[in-house]
Design a protein around this ligand. Structure first.
Ligand code: FAD
Length: 323
């Protein structure tokens, strides 16, 4: 490993939290090997990039051109591959969120690089880098070695803690990819925003509802509890399939993989496909009226009871603590 590159993402003028997590992970790796680590970002501002210096990133390659104003996965992947080849990066970190998950494998394929997705840890014990990732819906972890010149990993959001370690300045270098920007295969023409709604992938606390909530008209309870925690609302697939909530909120194997500090599962049985998406949460609180529900096997805290009684009481308690 000689030179690390970190893919940085920004949203409404701010670096995403996962970018700080990646910078921290990259910084730790770079320090252990005494090698440089840089960031790459598309169409941002110097003010946004500046914030990276709080986490120890001192150089960012800025791909700042109207050709990249609208997101195109094929074009962005080509530009990053071009940067990796021209500047000689050999270890690249992406977030294992929706954007990173579609860019990283494309970049890896185009460079014939080794690629491990959804990593939750690194082990450097015998001087060699070992990558750790969950398998079998989080029931086991594998440790893997990577071979080849270029190695790429995507890191699960909310697993690597972002730890500040300021440097004096971050040097921003404009990078113009040497690619045919008109040869894009697709482009995002519009993004429909969920105004004011915190996405489960970005949230530190998630309150999710399952079939136990009985119907969409009762989801206000989940929303109230999420609001009081300044958290995001999630859902099980049963709830999404029933049309009670949008798919963007679904947590699990065919939904989103989350690792918040606190995951509150209300009226969710804890099927393996749901656990696959949330079992790496730091703390899990389950509210379920069935004491044998599988969710209690992974929960740190459990309340056996009717959620229609428990949630309003919990809201009152949290309110009282906050006041
Ligand atoms: P249920 O299993 O019906 O559980 C409802 C729970 O609510 C029960 O435990 C019950 O005791 C409790 N309850 C009922 N009333 C109350 C009350 N008043 N108070 C408190 N508790 C109450 N599922 C996902 O969630 N995400 C996925 O991404 C996903 N992907 C899948 C992919 C595949 C290929 C397959 C086959 C399945 C997938 N599933 C996924 C579905 C999964 O197997 C379960 O069917 C689903 O998670 C069940 O959702 P649930 O827990 O809300 O409902």
């Amino acid at each position: 490993m000689n030179k690390i590159l970190i893919f940085l993402e920004h949203n409404v003028g701010k670096l995403k939290r996962v970018s700080y997590e990646l910078i921290t992970a990259g910084r730790t790796l770079a320090k252990s090997k005494n090698i440089p680590f840089d960031g790459v970002i598309f169409n941002s501002t110097n003010e946004t990039i500046e914030t990276a210096k709080e986490y120890g990133l001192s150089k960012v390659l800025h791909i700042n051109s109207s050709s990249f104003e609208k997101y195109s996965v094929s074009l962005f992947a080509k530009a990053i591959s071009n940067l990796i080849q021209r500047n000689g990066y050999d270890f690249i970190l992406f977030p294992a969120n929706s954007r990173g998950s579609e860019l990283a494998p494309r970049v890896a394929a185009s460079l014939e690089a080794s690629f491990i997705a959804d990593c939750v840890g690194f082990d450097y014990s015998d001087g060699e880098l070992i990558v750790i990732k969950p398998v079998y819906a989080g029931k086991a972890h594998i440790k893997a070695k990577m071979y080849g010149t270029v190695k790429i990993c995507s890191l699960r959001p909310n697993v690597f803690t972002a730890i500040p370690e300021p440097v004096q300045e971050v040097v921003v270098e404009n990078f113009g990819p040497n690619i045919d920007a008109s040869a894009t295969k697709e482009v995002v023409i519009d993004t429909l925003k969920n105004e004011g709604k915190l996405d489960v992938l970005e949230a530190d606390i998630i309150v999710s509802g399952g079939r136990g909530i009985k119907g969409p008209e009762n989801y206000y309870l989940i929303e109230q509890l999420a609001n009081i925690f300044n958290g995001a609302v999630g859902a099980s697939r049963a709830v999404v399939d029933a049309g009670w909530r949008p798919h963007s909120e679904q947590v699990g194997q065919t939904g989103k993989t989350v690792s918040p500090t606190l995951y509150v599962a209300c009226g969710i049985s804890g099927a393996i496909q749901h656990l696959a998406g949330m079992s790496t949460s730091k703390y899990i609180l389950a509210i379920n009226k069935d004491k044998d529900a599988p969710i209690f096997k992974v929960a740190d805290y459990g309340v056996v009871g009717d959620l229609f009684n428990v949630i309003p009481k919990l809201i009152e308690k949290v309110k009282a603590v906050k006041e």
